[in-house]
Write a protein of this length. Structure first.
Length: 249
């Protein structure tokens, strides 16, 4: 560490808790980028659980915080909140996450290192620990069409979403179309598709397959992120630092 010439260590998606004695080798310690608005949704799977819980517009975004002795518990340096439109597709969500992280690293982190920003302690309380469990991947008839569509965008490719059909769990591909109102009939699988009821309609999905996976991957490679979204803003200790450039794809 004596040879490291850096003020701060910046981390993202590192699965281990970095020891405080290691962070002590940096003048300003360590900062972590967490893809949710802390203190809510600490833990390893915040984006997935936000989609599952339907709280993506309340706690969705990115937080830059001090790395402390506990996971995602350090003082908050800056945050960027997301809107409903930022969850419209997996491509848009990935772009907005990358843009928010870039903003926080290029604007909030240097201000923090220069002493212009000081971290704000997180409030005490019982907050959701964002760990994805097997039951979170199961689709039920009480869910809305929009909710299942969002689950597919966030969880569909990995780890997948499933519905029970004839006593077996079937992995779902993307939705083909809405068939009409709910029928009260059980889910039906035939010819590589699954039809099932949701709270506001009966829908037809493709069953997940290698062909579906390849099609989705090619679509994502060719997709262009729309540029009509509003600019993102950094919130720091009660102040707002405007970002006048719309996210670049």
């Amino acid at each position: 560490m004596s040879q490291v010439q850096a003020d701060v260590l910046i981390c993202h998606a590192f699965p281990k808790l970095i020891p405080q004695e290691f962070l002590g080798g940096f003048a300003m310690g360590g900062l972590n980028l967490h893809p949710a608005l802390l203190p809510a949704y600490r833990g390893p799977h915040p984006i997935h659980r936000l989609a599952v819980d339907g709280l993506h517009t309340v706690h969705g975004g990115v937080t830059l915080h001090n790395m402390s002795a506990g996971f995602d518990q350090g003082d908050i340096v800056g945050q960027v909140a997301f809107s409903e439109a930022d969850w419209a597709s997996s491509e848009i969500l990935a772009d907005r996450n990358a843009t928010a992280m870039r903003m926080l690293v290029s604007e909030a982190a240097p201000a923090y290192c220069r002493g212009m920003l000081s971290g704000e302690p997180q409030p005490a309380g019982d907050f959701v620990w964002a760990r994805l469990e097997a039951h979170h991947l199961m689709i039920s008839s009480t869910m809305s069409i929009d909710h299942v569509a969002r689950l597919w965008r966030v969880l569909g490719m990995m780890p997948g979403i499933y519905i029970t059909c004839a006593g077996s769990n079937v992995r779902l591909g993307f939705r083909i179309r809405r068939l009409g109102p709910p029928t009260g009939e059980p889910s039906v699988r035939r010819w590589g598709t699954v039809a099932f009821d949701l709270a506001d309609g009966r829908v037809l999905h493709l069953a997940y397959s290698r062909l579906v996976k390849r099609w989705v991957l090619w679509r994502r490679l060719l997709a262009r992120v729309p540029r009509r979204h509003l600019p993102l803003e950094i919130r720091t200790s009660g102040r707002i630092l405007p970002k006048d450039a719309i996210a670049k794809g």
